[in-house]
Ligand binder design. Structure first.
Ligand code: HEC
Length: 252
């Protein structure tokens, strides 16, 4: 393919212009990633974007508080029934944070009850409980807070998902095509260029399929994550190849 277009052969002015465009694309990729983080971050009340945040957005989420689940199934068997009732009514109240170690509650403050009934196993240095104290400590509010709240998130309404698909699918498909042709017009190994095209194309298809399939089954969220990731890697790689082609010296 000697006659193939190489970006390096374009006139200088054209190459400078194309470099500006590629710079804008890289900036756009960065902005999309931080928008994604901003948009999904705190859906589940935990820092950072987690899989649950995404499941919440695309499928909806209804996770009861792990503490409630454990107490309701009678864990730990040794706990006096009165204490179990006390903890459950605290967890179902709307003062979970305020009352955790409320001094007015004296010995029946949840922190005290947890210390008596749970910390034999759920403390970081506990010797019983097969190491559960390391995995799921309940010593401080920071520990308890993570498992004390149920999380219910509604999936993005279908109308919004349609609008979002229509803008994203069309613009990202066009951008992907442009990046594929730019990457193709470089001197690099055809295999590398085909790999990149596969990342872009399959990544995009998986991502959008995942958006819709995840409404049916939460496990399809992995299509969104893997597809979106593959697309982003492919896009960045295409920009880098194109920039290298534009400015590296011609090959002898
Ligand atoms: C005798 C040791 C022991 C005591 C006491 C104990 N736990 Fe556990 N806990 C475990 C072990 C072991 C596991 C992991 C296996 C399992 O889930 O049963 C666990 C698991 C859990 C889990 C996660 C279970 C799930 O459903 O995912 C929660 C929440 C929990 N405990 C809360 C408590 C609370 C609250 C108390 C006190 C009221 C308590 N535990 C007292 C040993 C203990």
């Amino acid at each position: 393919m000697n006659a193939a277009l190489r970006l390096r052969d374009l006139p200088l002015g054209f190459r400078v212009g194309l470099t500006g465009v590629l710079g804008a694309i890289v900036l756009g990729l960065w902005a999309s990633l931080s928008h994604l983080e901003e948009h999904h971050r705190n859906r589940d009340g935990q820092p950072g974007v987690s899989v649950d945040d995404l499941v919440g957005a695309y499928h909806g989420l209804d996770n009861p508080a792990p503490l409630v689940v454990a107490l309701e199934r009678g864990h730990p068997e040794t706990q006096p029934a009165a204490n179990r009732r006390l903890l459950l009514s605290w967890l179902r109240s709307d003062k979970v944070g305020e009352n955790f170690d409320n001094p007015d509650l004296g010995d029946s403050a949840p922190a005290e009850v947890l210390a008596r009934d749970c910390l034999a196993c759920h403390a970081r240095k506990a010797t019983s409980g097969e190491g559960i104290g390391q995995k799921l400590p309940l010593e401080y509010w920071d520990d308890v807070e993570k498992v004390a709240f149920s999380r219910k998130l509604d999936a993005t309404p279908e109308a919004i998902l349609i609008t979002s698909t229509h803008t994203h699918a069309l613009s990202m498909a066009v951008l992907s095509c442009v990046l594929m042709f730019l990457a193709w017009s470089t001197r690099f190994a055809p295999r590398l260029k085909s790999g990149l095209a596969l990342l872009l194309g399959l990544g995009l298809a998986c991502d959008f399929a995942g958006w819709w399939l995840a409404r049916e089954s939460a496990s399809f969220i992995w299509l969104v994550i893997v597809g979106g990731g593959a697309w982003a890697v492919g896009a960045l790689l295409a920009c880098l190849l194109a920039l290298a082609e534009l400015w590296l010296p011609r090959r002898g």
